[in-house]
Design a protein around this ligand. Sequence first.
Ligand code: PLP
Length: 398
Amino acid sequence: MSSLFSSVEMAPRDPILGLNEQFAADTNPDKVNLGVGVYFDENGKLPLLACVQAAEKALMDAHKPRGYLPIDGIAAYDNGVKALVFGTDSDVIKQGRVATVQALGGTGGLKIGADFLKKLNPNAKVLISDPSWENHRALFTQAGFEVGTYRYYDAATRSLNFDGMLADLKAAAPGTVVVLHACCHNPTGYDITPAQWAQVIDAVKAGKLTAFLDMAYQGFAEGIAEDGAVVGEFVAAGLAVFVSTSFSKSFSLYGERVGALSVVCSSKEEADKVLSQLKIMIRTNYSNPPTHGGAVVAMVLGDPKLRAQWEEELAGMRTRIKAMRRALAEGLKAAGVKQDMGFITTQVGMFSYSGLSKDQMVRLRNEFGVYGTDTGRMCVAALNEKNVGYVCASIAKV
Ligand code: PLP
């Protein structure tokens, strides 16, 4: 008998979450999960930051009722995001030219922005980097866009193809939405230099493109201000830019879904109108955001003591990842890997594109219980002193 759902096909498994399921079922006692983009501490545990614990305690002690939040979220949260992304003293904020809304993680920020852009310019195309975070293509496709790519990484030379990137941006039609990783490119770990950013900004401006900066790792490359500097460069160029923010990693609040979308406009009047439209996107999808994660982040960002503590804890994560990059590169050399793996230490953020083939990644998984993606991406933020030696020895064997 045919049912309403008889024509529904089984969707492919999410490549990363599928790996997680396989990892959970693996009985190898030495197994290491470098597949998912999550930071683990030196003991292999997901940290609950001390600044978050302090904020949560204060919130619990206050016994606040849980009414609906405004559609665009907690005002103190949105203001905290603005200061973080654009700098406390930035002119765009003083002039009221930024519309910021609390969102369900960085993904939520991207989706609100994508839905708004689709309404604004229905015929625009979207360009994402090749390769990019898996969900970029799916998310913008789902929002109704045709999604193409700009060149970014050259597997043959294991380096950036900046000339290709620039050429592709220059060839894009006016109105094209260009999704750019503000820092800590996922999956490759390669960021472009400030001088190259300047050329990208010129191309975006000359080509009348719309820049959508995805900032999921602010603070993981060099520091909060350093990683956010690129946003200021777009603003200084007079561009209307979209910025999605994620606190999943930087606050280790993955499950609380704390993120934001900020849109830079040319006047306060314009920003007010844009904000009103973003609120419609939110209202018609999930009405308003949840309270807890936003309240925690707002409290930490707004309290000087907690803020300093957060910056210290974030710096600790950044430093540990860098140490693990060095340990991985040195460990691979010591394990007899002939190729120069020094590139691992020049990459930034949570990921490393290892340059390993799909076959090698499958062997790593099946024979050694070392899980990375088929593209060769490994999450260096999941390495620690105890597992890095085993990972190096396993890689050396494949
Ligand atoms: N953008 C990039 C580049 C990411 O790597 C991620 C998470 O892995 C996200 C967005 C989504 O972040 P969130 O988990 O906050 O939705």
